[in-house]
Design a protein around this ligand. Sequence first.
Ligand code: FAD
Length: 529
Amino acid sequence: MGKIARYLNQLTIGNTFDSPEILEFYSTDRSVLRIKPKAVSLPESTEDVRKLMRFVNQLSAKDIKLPVTVWGSGLDETGAGLSNGLIVSMEKMNKLLESDKRERLVRVQAGITLKELNTALSINGLTLPIGGHDNDTIGSLISNCPSDVYAGKYGSITHFIERIEVVLPTGDAIQTDYLSARNVERLAQEKTAEGSIYKKLNALYKKNEKLIDDIRKNKNETRGYAKVGMALRKKSFDLMPLFFGAQGTLGIITEVILRAVPIESKTGRVVAVFEKFETTQKFMDELKPMQPLELNFYDIKVAKAAEEAGKKLGINTEKYEEGGFVVFAKFDKRINARLNKISTMKKTLPRNAQVIIESTKNLKMLDEFENSLTSYLNQVKAGERVPLATDFYLPSAKLGQFLEDLKVLERSLKLDLALYGSYSAECYNLRPRFDVEDAKFLKNAVAFIRATNFVINREGGSISGGAAEGRVKALVSNMNLSEDERNLYAQIKDIFDPQGIMNPGVKLGADPRFTLTHFRTTGSGKTVL
Ligand SMILES: Cc1cc2nc3c(=O)[nH]c(=O)nc-3n(C[C@H](O)[C@H](O)[C@H](O)COP(=O)(O)OP(=O)(O)OC[C@H]3O[C@@H](n4cnc5c(N)ncnc54)[C@H](O)[C@@H]3O)c2cc1C
């Protein structure tokens, strides 16, 4: 065991490891990258996290840089949870600490997973309505700020978080709060790490008021510190939104207070298949005002891949030789009324459309349909569907034009591009197959992500609109920033983390050369959902 791991083991209750096997496990997440950390710490309390950060901060003062990256469950698709320094894994900080049933408030440690939280909340008939992976941690949902599949209805993680506790790079802990301008001025006088942050942010806001107000208008963005517009306003400050999408670059979120919603235990589902995009979109536009919990759109190739893998989806995909589109909708309120209305709509649809409405007879089929995306993503026989252009924002009005753009991209890049995503949240993905062992992989991957970014921008979308950019999407998203935005975000980073300790290789700090030299050349075995 090296000196650092040994010292940290003496310092904290939680363990620090540096054995090759453990480092290998934390070298890959769900992204296309492989980056080996020097050590992995598993703190067990905020106090442990503070001690770790104080140690790293002291090292930095001696000019020894040990970058720190937080690890939730390691499901990130952009390499934002990987590090060549110290990984601070939140796996042991997964407790529900307090709950107030009447106010629907809970206080949790940031490493609690969505499944753990929702299991605990369900006892009181509550839930956090985020359509993410069961193992997503609350800290990482804040840090990645994804437009999840329920976001069209419930508005994403930003709507449910009340306050957070953050350990700053200095080891100081702060609790965020909504503060009036007067209180901001008062706090800014205090000679503490927190006071210094308020003082500097106050000055920054005064200099950049117009820019920050403009950034606030763009709600579909997570690049840089795009939620600065929610955090800093003329009459009030709340530091919390700065952490939405910050990917651990400003501090470590250790505790979270969130407000849950009453659980809707029943759902009703619909699957519809169309040949033409225009009819698909018309159908989705009629469903959207019915406020579905999910309203998803898939190229029919996704369903075909699932069938090939053995799934029985109950739709005749062979009818759509020239291509087609699948819509999946799930309702959690006024279910019968919604399903009856869709049943009536069936009569007005083209003859080659297929619509399956949930009944007691087709539950298994619809369950299998819900797993079809997993089949598609894991269709690895001729390459891996590596995440490069995932979770991008695309305005609904431009979806048809974007599909036309994709045909051009398919021809020029010689890739099979099947779009899928959430129509209600306007968040989409492209996961073409690449052979990561092929010598041309890197070149082809870069060409794909560049060209995709270009057409997403042209249609008024953003590659970092549905989740933060991490390392991989930063290859292109940093080029999308204006000089003024770049300066503003660099100053925010500097206010919180002047030594550049916190996850320095992501977002604005991402170094394209480093990212590209860390593309995997073998499978990671972590692509399964
Ligand atoms: C089906 C599926 C769909 C997905 N869709 C999306 C998507 O839409 N968008 C997306 O980005 N990802 C997506 N992912 C990846 C993943 O689910 C999310 O990124 C999720 O937020 C990762 O959770 P995690 O706990 O594993 O976080 P990790 O991968 O461990 O960490 C994610 C990021 O958050 C930071 N972080 C984690 N915890 C903290 C903390 N306590 N304090 C400060 N920073 C912290 C990490 O440093 C890292 O930058 C998807 C994955 C699957 C399987």
